[in-house]
Design a protein around this ligand. Structure first.
Ligand SMILES: *[C@@H]1O[C@H](CO)[C@@H](O)[C@H](O)[C@H]1NC(C)=O
Ligand SMILES: *[C@@H]1O[C@H](CO)[C@@H](O)[C@H](O)[C@H]1NC(C)=O
Ligand SMILES: *[C@@H]1O[C@H](CO)[C@@H](O)[C@H](O)[C@H]1NC(C)=O
Ligand SMILES: *[C@@H]1O[C@H](CO)[C@@H](O)[C@H](O)[C@H]1NC(C)=O
Length: 217
């Protein structure tokens, strides 16, 4: 039989054990709350940039020619692009506060602007949306100066054109009032597609951020 004194010691040590367990429990819960707060806070406070990838392209025409309706030489093109836009933020949806515009640039000369996502459109959090755009342009060949014209002839002879597609827009993220500019450059190497519906294989191209300070004519 245990002495009363021993019983008392046992009793005290049980209280101490319980207290230790309780403290450990509280600490674990507090840490979990801190981690959750940090994760959720990060999800709303830090904006991960929108990404874009060109999934498919078909360049139907890209040529210099004369027309009957106006005098002079023209640079004309006709292209179809499938571009996937990804919102990598898992907590926030996004909304376009300006139309998303694709500019087609040859040798730093802007040939055409095509707006393909309207202002006000939104995209869910953590989602990818595929946009299809068709653009056709016909610009007076003065847009291409001598250097650009030479480059055009050089590339035309190889049958492969370096045509850059620049995406620019402005977006707003849920919970953020500040608007963010979006500037992505998608470098495309393209062959003019044969007439008809023949499929042209195109390896997807990731668009990369660019600074719009790169001036061009
Ligand atoms: C331009 O005009 C000529 C003569 O009027 C005509 O024969 C030709 O087919 C026209 N070309 C185009 C591209 O319309
Ligand atoms: C395309 O848009 C830019 C910026 O808004 C403008 O400076 C440029 O003149 C436009 N180019 C064409 C070919 O429409
Ligand atoms: C662009 O190409 C498609 C397919 O070849 C054709 O149907 C369409 O008329 C062309 N558009 C222009 C403006 O050249
Ligand atoms: C481009 O190439 C095509 C076919 O190879 C040729 O018919 C055309 O004359 C060339 N155009 C220029 C401006 O060099």
């Amino acid at each position: 039989m245990a002495s009363p004194r021993r019983n008392r010691t046992l009793y005290l040590s049980t209280i101490q054990d319980n207290w230790r367990w309780f403290t450990a429990f509280v600490v674990v819960i507090a840490l979990a709350l801190v981690v959750a707060a940090v994760v959720v806070g990060e999800a709303f406070a830090v904006i991960h940039d929108v990404q874009a990838k060109v999934e498919d392209v078909r360049l139907d025409t890209f040529a210099l020619y004369t027309t009957n309706h106006t005098a002079g030489l023209f640079a004309g093109g006709n292209i179809s692009v499938a571009v996937a836009v990804r919102n990598p933020n898992w907590a926030m949806s996004m909304e376009y506060t300006k139309p998303l515009v694709a500019a087609f640039v040859f040798f730093q000369r802007r040939l055409h602007n095509a707006s393909f996502v309207e202002e006000g459109r939104s995209q869910r959090r953590s989602s990818t949306r595929l946009h299809l755009l068709h653009a056709a342009w016909e610009v007076p060949s003065q847009v291409l100066d001598t250097a650009a014209m030479e480059e055009f002839e050089k590339q035309n002879a190889t049958g492969v054109f370096d045509l850059e597609m620049r995406l620019s827009g402005e977006i707003k993220f849920l919970a953020h009032r500040k608007l963010r500019r979006m500037h992505l450059s998608c470098p495309l190497r393209l062959q003019v597609a044969p007439p008809g519906h023949e499929v042209v294989v195109f390896p997807p191209v990731e668009c990369v951020p660019f600074t719009p300070e790169n001036v061009y004519i």
